[in-house]
Design a protein around this ligand. Structure first.
Ligand code: KE4
Length: 449
């Protein structure tokens, strides 16, 4: 059944309620009979905030439009790829050229060479790279490489760190500081979960305790150098340097999961921003400009252990896909040609300043914690500081849900979960950001009513 898109309507005004029947509602009803939860990825279901998701018909710049013709200022941005907003012209033109030549060959192409040259130029610690089709594939492959290269089985991750849905990473923290992972999902064998030790983010002592508990047994520490999956939690002064020192001392590899921070916080990612060189890096999102891409790379001596050169196996039918490579080349060329980071930081700073003003004039400063790094931002419904997941989890997710829907009704699409980051792009105008802050003030009134 074709879904007719309602005639274009003006941008949503405030207090607009979800109509009883709508194209989104009809589509969601069909979707739920065909796909688990009606979605291709759980967070999109609005399960964390209640209500029903709207279905997107199109996007352009800083806005998405739903199948009922409503337009939203978009701070989800597909959870990261759209550094320059939706479908910038240079990506659209690159894809148009690429599709005329084919979509997938199962054979090497010059496009992979050109994107690999750009990645190794922009991310200094990456001497050699392998492309895959998602961030999960990148982290799964990096974990297998780390274990294969060191001959060790154990991994360390931060509580609240998200590295995709690979079994090794779907583990939850037990009680205490450095705890053996317990399966974070049915289907993850406890034996496997127990090989991943979970430590609090920003806690050097806990990391030291983990290394002391299993000396010589850790293959790698996996870390988001800028945590963005517990909400945005930047590394505290000296933390990344301490993790680098400890991994080196204990013969474990340091893997920076820069699927979000890569090309987002600097052209060379968080490792450039903080001056710390990991042994391996995982990438995604911006690297594909919205097309399915992931990558892992790093020291040549490590990467040359990957098949077909070395014995560690990993493969992928659509790895190095020419359409995705073309979009990635266009994205990284734009970054190299016109680095957007000063503009992104200025936009993030403007939004932060305006939000703090709205929070301050309502006397909510002790009930909210606003974290920002460049164009990444999270408004925690908790009193600060938020330095790790335990502190993030003090957030009042019920109030966040009210805030989320109040903003959605006012035409602003925020992540439908407290523990995600907002993404500002170069396509968000200062007027968009001023409007967003004003509507956030109204929505805070609703959340704290
Ligand atoms: P994907 O497999 O979803 O492409 O990437 C997994 C991944 C790995 N590492 C980091 C740091 C990530 O943030 C992600 C995926 N991020 C989430 C949003 N926080 C994707 C959104 C979703 O699950 O739908």
């Amino acid at each position: 059944m074709a879904v007719e898109t309602a005639p274009r309507r003006k941008t949503a005004g405030k207090g607009r309620r979800e109509p009883r029947s709508s194209n989104s509602r009809r589509l969601f009803g069909r979707a739920k009979t065909l796909m688990p939860g009606g979605v291709s990825s759980p967070v999109r279901s609005f399960a964390s905030v209640g209500g029903e998701p709207f279905f997107v018909a199109s996007a352009r710049g800083a806005r998405v439009r739903d199948v009922d013709g409503r337009s939203y200022l978009d701070f989800v941005g597909s959870y990261g790829p759209h550094l320059f907003g939706h479908v910038p012209g240079f990506v659209q033109r690159a894809l148009a050229r690429a599709t005329r030549r084919g979509t997938s060959y199962g054979a090497p192409t010059e496009l992979e060479v050109r994107l690999a040259e750009r990645v190794t130029r922009l991310v200094p610690s990456i001497e050699m790279v392998r492309f895959v089709s998602s961030g999960t594939e990148a982290t799964m492959s990096a974990a297998r490489l780390a274990r294969g290269a060191t001959g060790r089985k154990r991994l360390i991750k931060a509580d609240g760190g998200y590295h995709g849905h690979g079994d090794a990473f779907l583990v939850s923290a037990g009680s205490g500081l450095a705890t053996l992972g317990i399966a974070g999902s049915p289907g993850v064998p406890e034996e496997l979960a127990a090989l991943t030790t979970v430590v609090p983010y920003n806690d050097v002592a806990a990391l030291e305790e983990a290394f002391a508990r299993f000396p010589g047994e850790f293959a790698a520490v996996f870390l988001e150098p800028v945590a963005a999956n517990m909400g945005l939690v930047p590394p505290e002064e000296g933390y990344l340097a301490a993790v680098r020192r400890l991994t080196t001392e204990h013969g474990a590899l340091l893997v920076f999961d820069e699927v979000i921070s890569g090309f987002r916080v600097a052209a060379g990612g968080a490792q450039e921003l903080y001056g710390i060189a990991p042994d391996l890096t995982t990438l995604g999102k911006i690297l594909g400009g919205g097309l399915p891409v992931g990558a892992y790379g790093g020291r040549r001596d490590l990467m040359e252990r990957m098949a077909p050169v070395g014995p560690v196996y990993q493969a992928g039918t659509l790895s190095g896909n020419p359409l995705a490579m073309s979009a990635g080349i266009a994205m990284l060329d734009e970054i190299a040609r016109r680095p957007p980071y000063a503009a992104l930081d200025a936009k993030g700073a403007l939004l932060e300043r305006l939000l703090r003003a709205e929070i301050g004039k309502r006397g909510f400063a002790d009930r909210l914690h606003l974290a920002r790094l460049g164009s990444l931002l999270t408004l925690f419904f908790a009193e600060g500081p938020v330095r790790n997941f335990a502190e993030a989890k003090r957030s009042d997710t019920r109030r966040y849900a009210v805030f989320f829907h109040a903003m959605r009704e006012r035409g602003v699409f925020l992540p439908p979960a407290q523990y995600e980051a907002w993404f500002v792009s170069t396509a968000h105008s200062d007027a968009d950001l001023r409007r967003t802050a004003r509507l956030a003030g109204e929505s805070l009134d609703a959340a704290f009513a």
